[in-house]
Design a protein around this ligand. Sequence first.
Ligand code: ZN
Length: 60
Amino acid sequence: MEKLGTKKCKYCLSDMHEKAVVCPHCGKDQRWWNSWLMFVVYLIIAEFILTLIIPKLFNF
Ligand SMILES: [Zn+2]
């Protein structure tokens, strides 16, 4: 069972402070926007913006 105010590191599974941004054990960033899921979301947003803006630039 996890202690109150602690969470597991996503990478090394050590206990760390709930609000810690970087794991004290392995030094990995724990922020959710640093994950691969956010990378995919960024790509989708970028493609969405490009498909909206590029036709306007070239007057399609
Ligand atoms: Zn860690």
